[in-house]
Write a protein that binds this ligand. Sequence first.
Ligand code: NAP
Length: 269
Amino acid sequence: MDSFFRDKVIIVTGASSGIGLAAARLFASYGAKVAMAARSLDKMKQEAASMGSEVICLRADVSKEEDCRRLMQETVLKWGRIDILVNNAGLSMRAMFKDLDLDVLRTLMDVNFWGTVYCTKYALPWLLQSKGSVVGVISIAGYSALPARSGYSASKFAVRGFLDTLRIEHLKDGLHVMVFAPGYTASNVRNAALTADGSAQGETPLDEDKLMSAEECVRYLAKGLRKRSDSMVLTGLGKAAVLAHNLFPGVTDRLTYSYIAKEKDSPFK
Ligand SMILES: NC(=O)c1ccc[n+]([C@@H]2O[C@H](COP(=O)([O-])OP(=O)(O)OC[C@H]3O[C@@H](n4cnc5c(N)ncnc54)[C@H](OP(=O)(O)O)[C@@H]3O)[C@@H](O)[C@H]2O)c1
């Protein structure tokens, strides 16, 4: 139990896997009322079985506005309020833009950007009432562009721009808006990432065991919520990338090129 999170109503999108699943588990262990949302309902139900009785699982494809509206409606019907919305559902890609089917880029914008916009729009009246928190899980790629992830970087930059704007609009309303940028974190994101033709990559070019765990990542998320931070950037590499990008953008472009060129099956080859 945790006095800050106890009885708070928290919606986590993308809660069937990785960071979202770890967040739902952590918030439930703190005594929060958690609405888990994703497309894989059965998987969420299996996971939720060990999380206690104050967890509900709702099927939602965040790229569909109506699903997002219903997600908020069903949560409010169940618990009468919303305190925290974590826009975590996300999808990545790996292909050079010159080879990319434009539908891949559209899909990434639909899930990562529009999914955040739809959920935030329908949760906002409740979040304003509770003086609650809205979080966007972006990425280091939302600060410093990542080659072969044009749609991913563009969508994460867009979420940052959207939420930074929302924060200023509601500066006097008690709304907390946090842009949360994990660094590389062990999850399914690279397996699910789309390739040039829209098929899933099905493997990861990284050694996932060496990355930050999703459990550690969400402990930072909880810390940011408690402190009502505007933004958080995780991992040493992530912090260095954001700082270097701000101070020396040209040098950082060349360093990023070399870094990605060394990846397994690099798209530059
Ligand atoms: N892992 C990293 O290295 C890393 C780094 C920086 C940022 N992030 C961000 O962290 C977030 C979570 O990713 P993860 O690493 O935990 O990846 P993950 O293990 O692949 O989880 C992604 C989650 O998003 C959900 N999702 C995908 N498309 C969806 C849709 N259309 N509607 C609803 N839910 C959808 C998936 O559920 P269903 O398939 O069941 O719908 C799944 O629960 C993403 O926004 C990602 O960009 C990850």
